[in-house]
Design a protein around this ligand. Structure first.
Ligand SMILES: NC(=O)c1ccc[n+]([C@@H]2O[C@H](COP(=O)([O-])OP(=O)(O)OC[C@H]3O[C@@H](n4cnc5c(N)ncnc54)[C@H](OP(=O)(O)O)[C@@H]3O)[C@@H](O)[C@H]2O)c1
Length: 391
């Protein structure tokens, strides 16, 4: 591989004068067969005026990213980093540093948290620059949702703590949703499930990080009994989290009182499980569709008994609370909860999240296949890198 020597500022750590790859390395998956992958190597192209090149230092990979791929076509997740026909680049959350810039206000060495491709480097077109960060102004991203086009400057970001940044890459996008789900449920008085006694709130894929974040928040509410539903292999892990009142394997649903006023918060997207729940409970007050971890068992909700499942749309709750509380109060509340959550996550004794690093093409492919298989240890948080930097 050819290499170029380029000087970069001290914020890139020990690599003050680093050897930066001339080649762009992208991890691609076949859109209609997510287990088929390949690495694409292309020479890096020169920057246009207004563009910046960022070295993608490291990124997280969880079932959330697999869901981006599974819904890539329907929800346009393939649109962020387009690839050649039939292939796609899965977007991931992570950290990148500017290594070259033709954009005034974006300086080499600055680090940004955001939505990157599974690559070693990326070219962005920063616009709407602010102390907090920038938006990518690339034309092909103009119609995509703003939350994914925003890049946050680590040096000014109150959520950022360099000592826990791996956990941040893994959990931040997930916990924001968790926090909003909890707020949404409380804001709607649990859809009447708590009106005449304790309401049953069931979470599927209870071992997932997003479900755990949701349970972490919901566990402080009164009037609800939190039930975690998971696969048999993950029951003990869910129990160890300490926030589910009960944890049941998917085939133990009949242990739950069918007359209980209940709510279903669905992270699994499993069509058969959804039907079982909707059929079992006579007083299902609300059914919320959040995710689709069970990629092999996804399906529609036609002719389902009970309430129609409602897709949870996090930006709508953000908009509502911004209007009611003001963006500053909303941001402050979220930050307070985040700090508490991350403190629990990264506690030195008995942390629930064990971070594992995977660097280099081979390791990235293996980690991807592991996450895709659905048989990964739920305690693992996987940080990947295709760059030459130590992570
Ligand atoms: N709507 C939103 O805004 C939003 C935001 C964030 C996340 N989400 C969604 O929430 C879900 C959870 O994401 P996450 O990143 O938190 O997940 P994660 O921590 O990586 O979840 C791992 C768990 O998911 C289940 N799972 C994963 N792959 C599977 C497979 N192939 N087959 C069967 N089960 C599988 C297993 O749980 P069990 O054994 O417990 O089933 C596994 O322990 C994703 O679908 C994600 O897209 C939605």
């Amino acid at each position: 591989m050819q290499a170029l020597f380029i000087c970069v500022p001290a914020t890139l750590g020990t690599l003050l004068c680093g050897e930066l790859a001339m080649m762009v390395l992208d991890f691609l998956v076949k859109k209609n067969e997510l287990g088929a992958t390949r690495l694409r190597e292309t020479p890096k192209r020169s920057l246009d005026e207004g563009q910046a090149r960022l070295l993608v230092e490291k990124f997280a990979l969880t079932a959330n990213n697999i869901t981006y791929a599974a819904f890539g076509e329907a929800m346009n997740y393939w649109g962020f980093y387009p690839a050649e026909s039939g292939w796609g680049q899965i977007p991931v959350w992570g950290f990148a540093s500017v290594i070259e810039s033709r954009c005034p206000g974006i300086e080499p060495g600055e680090r940004f948290y955001g939505y990157y491709p599974m690559s070693n480097q990326v070219v962005l077109q920063p616009k709407r620059l602010a102390p907090a960060g920038f938006m990518d102004g690339a034309e092909h991203r103009a119609t995509l949702h703003a939350v994914y086009n925003s890049y946050t400057r680590c040096s000014t970001d109150p959520f950022h703590d360099p000592t826990t940044e791996d956990a941040e890459a893994i959990l931040r996008p997930l916990f924001t949703t968790s926090w909003l789900i909890d707020d949404f449920m409380a804001d709607n008085d649990f859809f009447g499930a708590t009106a005449s006694g304790t309401g049953l709130v069931m979470l599927s894929s209870a071992s997932s990080k997003t479900a755990y974040g949701t349970a972490f928040q919901l566990a402080r509410r009164t009037g609800i009994e939190l039930v975690g539903l998971t696969s048999a292999a993950n029951v003990a892990f869910c129990e160890s989290l300490g926030c589910y009142r009960r944890v049941l394997a998917y085939d133990q649903l009949d242990q739950l009182d069918r007359d209980a006023a209940s709510i279903y918060i669905d992270f699994a997207g499993n069509a058969a499980l959804r039907r079982t729940i909707h059929s079992h409970f006579a007083h299902l007050k609300f059914s919320s569709s959040i995710g689709g971890t069970h990629v092999e068992q996804l399906g529609g909700a036609r002719d389902l008994p009970g309430p129609r499942p409602v897709l949870f749309f996090a930006p709508a709750q953000i908009k509502k609370r911004s209007a009611e509380w003001g963006p500053e109060v909303l941001g402050r509340r979220l930050l307070e909860s985040w700090r508490e959550f991350i403190h629990t996550t990264c506690r030195t004794t008995d942390p629930w999240l064990m971070i594992e690093h995977h660097r280099g093409a081979e390791a990235v492919v293996a980690a991807y296949q592991r996450v895709l298989s659905g048989r990964d240890d739920p305690r693992r948080g996987r940080m990947l890198s295709l760059s030459d930097l130590p992570i």
